[in-house]
Design a protein around this ligand. Structure first.
Ligand SMILES: [Zn+2]
Length: 105
């Protein structure tokens, strides 16, 4: 078991959860619109909000994939800017963090 096995498992679990959310969002945004025009305008607004949410989730999924490949390569937990070790406390809060607090600021 590597040093980051617990983090890796948490990331994989989160990734699956996001994948499930994406499927639900996808089902909602591809529903046919209501026949009523006023209702359509309302639905389009909702779809736009859902699509923004989908975008945020896709970004998080990409960050998780990147973190998982860094764990596999052994470069996880190292700041990509200054090369310092990212403190475990920070990784706990932000498992996909690629920079130390100083470099992220
Ligand atoms: Zn740094």
């Amino acid at each position: 078991m590597t040093k980051f096995e617990a983090v890796r498992q948490a990331l994989v679990a989160r990734y699956k959860e996001l994948g499930g959310d994406m499927e639900r969002l996808e089902a909602l945004t591809t529903q046919p619109l209501d026949a009523d025009f006023a209702e359509q305008a309302h639905e389009i607004e909702e779809i736009e909000a859902l699509e923004a949410l989908e975008g945020a989730k896709l970004q998080e999924m990409a960050a998780i994939r990147a973190a998982l490949s860094r764990i596999a390569e052994g470069s996880y937990g190292i700041c990509e800017v200054c090369g310092a070790e990212i403190p475990e406390a920070r990784l706990k809060v932000m498992p996909a963090a690629v920079r130390c607090v100083a470099c992220a600021a």
